[in-house]
Design a protein around this ligand. Structure first.
Ligand code: DON
Length: 586
């Protein structure tokens, strides 16, 4: 953890920035200058505090180069939104396994000057030629990898449009300046880490199917080792076109022509109109209260905020802090079971489906659901509906959280879905395309890569946005403001839920990102837990209450969080110990 007071970090990865003026041998003049500087510094802190601003900035992101780029842009006079552009674009370059300009995301924003709070929706859309049965064969059976690998798996990217809009509507610097660090890293290259190497090994065969992807991301057709120097010249060119022409630099002209041609040649269904018609949208986030905490999170087409708030509404009927640890976990699991069920039943793209959001988020609805929760017994999901089985999921999405010295907030979760997305790069673009089409309900009753089963609300339709679990979130009490989120597929929401409960207990970012994780998503009817996520006693206790448990065998998630303690005017930030991220306060 990094914090303003320079508290001792618990892990070597965290950098702590201290404030002060080095005690070198100063002459009287230097001492006087230093004294005046101290006075000035104290005055700045006082003014910042009095005016309700942190006076400093905190950034936590999934990669050291992204955190660095955020501060670089702040140092050049940019605000949190310019920094968010730089971080998003650098993550797109240095974590190609997790997010990219061939993907999308959600940026939750708070502008300090007027308090405007909005979700910028850069979620991918289904191409206009998409059909509900496009991933079924002639016998109506799912074609298993068609929504995961190759050109047909890709939705129309939203990340470039969102960055352009972020710059135009909220930034202070020219877009070209905010994109400069990403262009530099794409052009000059950087050394890949262990996560990249592992993900490339996992997705080696999909990447090999695409000559352009293989040439960029593999080392002569083989997944590279950590330390491999990854250079992305074509991506640098595409980023430069966005820097120069804005929206049209990606969705029109050379880039659009290369993208559409490349997708078509590889059996995909994109048309020029898909790109020309794409827009990033501003949406109202969902908001609710839990024990004095105002929660603001992603609204549809993400299910994240809705499921999170529904689960918290159910839990608000219990005094968790006074309960034994086992009953508390049991109730969290039962709340998740019900909230995730409603995800599957009701949620989708608001432009296509009417969702009973007011009802789902009402206290009365939560009270109704609580009636059937027994504190000593699991209610099988089959008692609520039939239960198909599910599969594995990684952390192949990215998140960052930031607060600038003015008090502007950004929580952003970015994705190309699975590791290295579809594994497909249209030649000449350097753009690795997402496989976000798999987030739709691609066949009735068929679980997607995260085991999520959807119905008609999340069926494929031309131009529709696929339902997401991404949950960039703000938490606010009268004393504290927190910004957080994580990758992790369907488990994103349960990870954020555990972090909110930890925040409610008064703990800080280092604790939220480290908390042991367990998860239930209604279907399959199983409690997944990471190593250390449940104690032996928890496991025995939950089993005796009728839960089926399944260890994941690996630790999951990559949460990044910042907090502003407004009473002490103290910033703190933490990156998940499971990942490679860096959190800093400056
Ligand atoms: O939008 C979603 O919910 C997914 N595409 C997120 C994917 C993710 O977090 C990948 N990690 N396993």
């Amino acid at each position: 953890m990094a914090d303003f007071d320079g508290k001792a970090p618990s892990a070597g990865r965290f950098e702590v920035i201290r404030y002060g003026f080095g005690r070198s041998r100063l002459g009287w003049r230097c001492a006087a200058v230093a004294f005046l500087k101290c006075l000035l510094f104290a005055a700045v802190v006082c003014v910042a505090h009095a005016s309700g601003r942190p006076g400093h900035a905190a950034i936590a992101s999934a990669h050291p180069l992204a955190t660095q780029a955020g501060f670089e842009i702040l140092d050049q006079g940019g605000n949190a939104f310019d920094a968010a552009i730089a971080i998003s674009a650098v993550l797109a370059v240095v974590e190609p396994q997790s997010s990219g300009i061939g993907g999308g995301g959600f940026w939750l924003l708070r502008r300090a000057a007027d308090g405007k709070t909005v979700m910028l929706d850069g979620r991918e859309t289904a191409p206009l030629a998409a059909r509900p049965d496009m991933y079924l064969d002639t016998r109506g059976e799912p074609r298993l990898s068609a929504s995961l690998d190759g050109a047909l798996a890709a939705g129309i990217p939203g990340l470039p449009a969102a960055l352009v809009r972020l710059s135009k509507d909220y930034g202070r610097l020219p877009l070209a300046k905010s994109l400069a660090p990403a262009i530099r890293h794409a052009e000059n290259g950087f050394a890949v880490g262990l996560r990249y190497a592992k993900a490339a090994k996992d997705r080696e065969s999909a990447l090999r199917q695409s000559p352009a992807a293989s040439a960029i991301f593999l080392d002569q057709g083989i997944a590279p080792q950590p330390g491999f120097h990854l250079v992305q010249k074509d991506l640098a060119k595409t980023l430069r076109r966005i820097a120069r022409f804005g929206h049209a630099g990606f969705y029109g002209g050379t880039t659009a022509r290369l993208l559409v041609q490349g997708v078509k040649d590889a059996g995909g269904i994109w048309q020029a109109g898909d790109l020309a018609g794409y827009r990033a949208l501003e949406r109202a986030p969902v908001q609710g209260m839990y024990r004095g905490i105002r929660i603001t999170s992603a609204g549809p087409p993400s299910s994240g905020g809705t499921v999170l708030l529904e689960a918290l509404n159910i839990l608000s009927g219990y005094d968790l802090a006074r309960m034994d640890a086992l009953t508390r976990k049991h109730l969290v699991i039962e709340a998740e079971r019900r909230a995730y069920r409603d995800r599957d039943l009701y949620l989708g793209d608001p432009a296509f489906v009417n969702m009973p959001l007011n009802r789902l988020l009402s206290a009365a609805y939560a009270a109704g659901l609580r009636v059937a929760i027994r504190p000593d017994r699991a209610l099988p999901s089959a008692a609520l509906a039939a239960a198909p089985e599910a599969s594995r999921q990684g952390d192949d999405t990215s998140h960052f959280s930031l607060i600038d010295r003015h008090g502007n907030l950004v929580a952003a979760t970015l994705s190309i879905n699975n590791s290295f997305g579809s594994g497909f790069v249209p030649p000449g673009t350097g753009v690795l395309l997402n496989d976000e089409m798999d987030d739709f309900a691609t066949a009735p009753g068929r679980p997607n890569a995260y085991g999520l089963v959807g119905g008609g609300a999340n069926a494929i339709a031309p131009g529709k946005r696929m339902l997401s679990s991404m949950s960039p979130t703000f938490l606010e009490t009268k004393d504290r403001t927190a910004v957080l989120g994580t990758p992790g597929g369907s488990r994103i929401i349960s990870m954020v839920l555990l972090a909110v409960l930890d925040f409610a207990e008064g703990r800080g970012p280092e604790s939220w990102v480290s908390v042991g994780r367990f998860h239930h998503q209604y279907l399959p009817d199983v409690v997944e837990y990471e190593p250390g996520g449940l104690s032996d006693e928890d496991i025995r206790g939950l089993e005796s209450r009728g839960h089926r448990l399944k260890p994941t065998g690996y630790r999951y998630g990559d949460m990044h969080a910042v907090q502003w303690d407004r009473v002490r005017n103290r910033l703190s930030a933490a990156s998940d110990p499971r990942g490679e991220g860096v959190a800093e306060v400056k």
